[in-house]
Ligand binder design. Structure first.
Ligand SMILES: Nc1nc2c(ncn2[C@@H]2O[C@H](COP(=O)(O)OP(=O)(O)OP(=O)(O)O)[C@@H](O)[C@H]2O)c(=O)[nH]1
Length: 563
């Protein structure tokens, strides 16, 4: 039996849908099957007046295909994954809120859909776990249904999975930027070389292509033809010179001509072999490239991700280019590459035309997978409204000195949700100089506070005065939370201090003078520098003042003073 490699599977599969017109060395085969475990794949070739055709049957699912302008019938991108995920949302119809119980079935659907899309198993596991945790912990947003909420969570996680931000190409600070392209046979390297040259030309950069595929003579002709098509010079010296030497000469020529970007096409192989890697290493050493991009075929699913990992370990790459995303790829490659290899997908090929190369936008890709742009923006708006209402609510409470332990907890948890304190503080301009030790300390005390608030009764949370007045209550909380009575007293005092500080802050904001964050930083520092006991004395007198102004009148001696 013939051993099928990634590229033979891909190129055979593709030869039916996308005959390799410009590739003289490859004759179009009549391969109609797919070697994927989900086998059965066929296309309708008959004409139909309807635009949407139900065509490709995969894994006993029917997914939509679309008739494109030029008469090519194409699958909706990741159509199967989209419909798999849809069944997850459908399971939540009629539910009021997301619970641990009612997300079990939808999560199973999501897991199945991702596995069928050929996303690697560890990636699927992590994804499902993160989404489940978030789904259960998410609060109800007024007007947003649980299925819509889950769509939003999945969307956000998909974006993260694919790297979050778009990963831009890096350009050399001086001299030509050198981009080395590598990859297995038939993945689209030669085509990508020319596409990339056109893409960069459109950005105002002058380019030069180097034909380094000496093992397939037709590849050089192919690159010369494509170079003419995009009007970019091609450096070619035939097949008798070693690729590293071609690279050296080509780079010299590019420098002479003051070219901005040099793109080198290299030979592909049917599988990774040592010679290929050694040769690539030589070329890389000669060129000292700014970018080493591995061209991978989206049709190969999670194998593409494994390949990126291998190439990265072997030769060190800076990212990947995913080709043939316009085909009926199931999405596994797009979703696995970053997570598995740690390397970003920088560009994607979405067609055979020279213009069909674009940056890889994780958010747009997630949007295409889910096909629910309207739901996402609706949920985002609702979240915004909620935040605004929450903030207004909080403001009212602060102004009327009603800020209680529930608010306190909410704020603490909001910080936790945003990520660690260190990240949050790091994002605030002017707070950069807070030391890691201070941050760790702050995080630790937040945890202690949470433990104490958690054991309070609802009344105690709403009326901190109850605790201020009753040493017995404070004692109980200390016992139940495993903290000391002194810690409980401090917490209560802190809440009243916060009331005063927040009220002052709100007053300043309303009056138009927001205290600068640098002042806050100074305050932290001066508190640290203060001789022992000063800060405590200051705190004590502040809390007394607060109690004097608060509704319930606690015993002024009650703080830290035991029963
Ligand atoms: N539909 C589609 N076809 C593509 C895309 N990229 C490349 N192709 C086609 O894939 C086939 C192979 O592309 P080549 O550029 O010859 O691949 P290669 O990696 O240089 O091949 P070798 O030199 O044999 O290693 C060609 O028919 C291309 O037109 C793409 O993004 N979408």
């Amino acid at each position: 039996m013939e051993a099928l490699t990634f590229s033979t599977v891909a190129s055979r599969h593709f030869s039916t849908a996308f005959p390799r017109k410009t590739h003289p060395n490859h004759s179009a085969t009549s391969w109609t099957g797919s070697t994927s475990p989900h086998a059965l794949s066929f296309r309708f070739s008959n004409s139909s007046s309807t635009r949407e055709l139900w065509g490709i049957v995969k894994s006993q699912r029917v997914i939509p295909v679309r008739r494109e302008k030029r008469g090519v019938i194409r699958a909706e991108m990741f159509g199967q994954l989209t419909s798999g995920l849809e069944s997850a949302w459908n399971k939540l119809k009629g539910e009021e809120v997301l619970t641990k119980e009612n997300i079990v079935e939808p999560m199973r659907d999501i897991r199945r859909a991702l596995l069928e899309a050929d996303v690697s198993l560890p990636v699927v596991r992590r994804f499902v776990q993160t989404v489940s945790e978030q789904a259960v912990g998410v609060g109800v947003i007024r007007g947003v249904k649980p299925d819509q909420q889950l769509v939003k969570i999945v969307s956000d996680e998909l974006v993260k999975l694919m790297g979050g931000e778009v990963s831009e190409l890096t350009f050399a600070k001086s001299g030509p930027t050198v981009i080395l392209l590598a990859g297995l046979q038939g993945v689209g390297k030669t085509t990508v070389s020319a596409k990339l040259a056109l893409y960069l030309k459109k950005q105002g950069k002058s380019c030069m292509l180097i034909a380094g595929d000496v093992y397939r003579p037709a590849a050089i002709d192919q690159l010369v033809i494509l170079g003419k098509q995009v009007d970019v010079p091609v450096y070619a010296v035939g097949t008798d010179v070693k690729p590293a030497e071609i690279a050296r000469q080509g780079l010299q020529e590019a420098k002479k001509k003051n070219v901005d970007v040099v793109i080198m096409d290299t030979a592909g192989r049917l599988q990774i072999d040592k010679n290929m890697m050694d040769e690539l290493k030589d070329v890389k050493k000669t060129l000292n490239p700014t970018e080493v991009l591995l061209v991978v075929d989206a049709m190969t699913g999670q194998e593409a991700a494994a390949l990126v990992t291998t190439f990265n370990l072997e030769i060190g790459i800076t990212g990947a280019i995913l080709t043939k995303l316009d085909g009926d790829s199931r999405g596994g490659a797009a979703l696995s590459v970053k997570e598995v290899s740690g390397k970003p997908i920088k560009l994607v090929g979405r067609g055979e035309r020279m213009e069909d190369l674009e940056p890889f936008y994780p958010d747009r890709m997630a949007g295409r997978i889910l096909g629910m742009g309207d739901v996402l923006s609706f949920v985002e708006k609702a979240q915004e409204v909620m935040k605004q209402e929450d903030a207004e609510d909080l403001q009212k409470k602060i102004m009327s000195a009603k800020f209680d332990f529930n608010d306190f907890l909410k704020q603490t948890r909001a910080v936790a949700r945003m990520g660690s304190m260190s990240r949050v503080l790091g994002m605030i301009p002017g707070m950069g100089k807070v030391t890691p030790a201070q941050i760790r300390e702050a995080e630790k005390s937040l945890q202690i506070m949470e433990a104490m608030i958690e054991v309070m009764t609802p009344e105690e949370r709403e009326q901190p005065e109850l605790l201020a007045e009753s040493p017995a209550r404070r004692k109980r909380i200390a016992q139940e939370s495993g903290k000391t009575e002194q810690q409980v007293s401090q917490l209560v005092a802190q809440l009243f201090q916060m009331r005063v500080r927040m009220k002052n802050l709100m007053g300043a904001m309303e009056g138009g003078s927001v205290p600068a964050l640098s002042n806050l930083e100074e305050a932290i520092k001066s508190e640290q520098k203060a001789p022992p006991g000063t800060a405590r004395r200051k705190r004590k007198s502040e809390s007394r003042k607060q109690f004097a102004g608060s509704a319930g009148r606690p015993n002024p001696r009650g703080f830290g003073g035991g029963n």
